[in-house]
Design a protein around this ligand. Structure first.
Ligand SMILES: *Cc1c(COP(=O)(O)O)cnc(C)c1O
Length: 427
């Protein structure tokens, strides 16, 4: 086919391309290793002279087929699956940073990423400055240092549901000669493709909508191929100077637009090894086949639930960018014209106890440490996912102590609303 296929078709058809007599469905190649007829063939693979499979920690056909589907959906040149969203964000940054470097990130990010950047990267000698994504370009620029290597944000923040001004962030990043990395987990490429707005690298927790059925934990790093590493060669020596662990090969010279992706596999997967099991990638692929059907239904249901909550006198506040009075509404119309996602953040009038009582009164909607699932679920970040953060850090990360994160599923919306109504009546 010569024409570029549309998103819905890519969800179903991209990735696995069976040849004559091959299985129609993506096979699970649950094998650690691959056989070769002679020594030299395998040696060429180790030298990155030839493409091929030799050990699943580096590459596996099932994993690669699913990665290439996600790359196609995002409009990237390459993608790598990881064993979790945490690993994806770590690799995305660590692929271009080392001890002595620095990154700038929005403070409106997932609690796990906040810890990864603020605590764990610091132990590795990489410092991080958190900025408010609503600050002016000048204020955010002031956080950059000569050793800054990346700018980071989430298209829609988890759990605050704030929307990133991707073009503004891309301008700031590029002015400082660094890539913009965007975690696109919540909108998925169905509702937003950050590369079209200037982002350079996209990450995902595929655990969420991409899988959609809560069957596997996984992540993905996608490269647009657009960032010119050689133009900022002094900042990115890992990509632009010889890698002694690969016989002095230079990634940008040897692989061009695939430099970032190849280095991520050849160095980080080789040495750190956060690969997904092929079985998990198979499950992820089943989820991806219906992503384009599920995401609009999540948005439609969430819009109705957000409107209901917004009009209920017992509700103190609602963050959902589909509401015309939401402060992110204008940004959502620009970046997410078809809808944002199924996640709503809201607070109830009353105390922290009121939130707990509401949640404990829900019958169909389950309290789970998960989000972006086919089944409606709910979580109180202050007492669950964000427990490690102090009240000040909570507020910095955009998480009010009374915030309830409601992840609206794809059930009949009448049943979702009925459960919420009966629980509100019990507070
Ligand atoms: C869940 C999540 C992560 C972490 O992903 P895991 O798959 O749980 O490791 C990262 N970013 C966002 C936005 C998330 O929602």
């Amino acid at each position: 086919m010569t024409q570029k296929m549309k998103t819905a078709t890519l969800c179903v058809q991209a990735g696995w391309k069976p040849k004559n007599g091959d299985p129609r469905v993506l096979p699970i190649i649950q094998s650690t290793t691959f056989k070769y007829d002679n020594t030299e063939e395998m040696a060429d693979l180790f030298d990155l002279k030839k493409e091929g499979y030799f050990y699943t920690r580096l590459q596996n056909p099932t994993n690669d087929a699913v990665a290439s589907k996600i790359a196609a959906l995002e409009g990237g040149v390459g993608a790598v699956l990881t064993s979790s969203g945490q690993a994806a964000n770590f690799y995305a940054v660590f692929n271009i940073c080392e001890a002595g470097d620095h990154i700038v990130t929005s403070n409106e990010i997932y609690g796990g990423t906040y810890n990864l950047f603020g605590v764990t990267l610091k132990k590795l000698g990489i410092e991080c400055t958190f900025v408010s994504q609503e600050a002016s370009e000048e204020e955010i620029s002031a956080a950059f240092r000569p050793n800054t290597k990346a700018l980071f944000g989430e298209t829609i923040s988890n759990p605050g549901c704030q929307i990133l001004d991707i073009e503004k962030f891309a301008r700031i990043a590029h002015k400082h000669g660094v890539p913009l990395i965007v975690d696109n987990t919540f909108p998925t490429p169905i509702n937003c493709r950050p590369f079209e707005w200037g982002a350079d690298i996209v990450t995902h927790s595929t655990t969420k909508y991409m899988d959609g059925h809560a069957t596997q934990v996984g992540g993905c790093v996608v490269d647009s191929g657009n960032f010119d590493w050689d133009a900022h060669a002094d900042k990115f020596p890992g990509l632009t100077t010889p890698d002694e662990s690969y016989h002095g090969l230079t990634y940008t010279k040897a692989f061009g637009k695939m430099a970032y992706t190849t280095k991520l596999v050849a160095q980080l997967m080789r040495d750190l090894g956060s690969i997904p099991a092929p079985q998990n990638s198979f499950l992820l692929n089943l989820g991806l086949e219906t992503l384009h059907l599920r995401v609009p239904r999540h948005c439609e249901n969430a819009q109705r639930v957000a409107e209901f909550l917004n009009n209920d006198p017992r509700v103190a506040w609602v963050h959902y960018s589909g509401l015309p009075n939401d402060k992110n509404h204008a940004l959502a119309q620009k970046y997410l014209p078809n809808g944002s996602c199924g996640v709503i953040a809201f607070g109830l009038k009353g105390t922290r106890e009121t939130a707990v009582q509401f949640m404990d009164s829900l019958q169909m909607i389950a309290i789970v440490t998960h989000v972006a699932d086919a089944r409606t679920c709910v979580l109180h970040p202050a007492s669950h996912t964000h427990r490690q953060l102090s009240d000040e850090q909570l507020r910095e990360a955009g998480v009010a102590p009374d915030l309830i994160r409601l992840s609206v599923g794809i059930e009949d919306c009448d049943d979702i609303l009925a459960d919420i109504k009966q629980a509100l009546d019990k507070i």
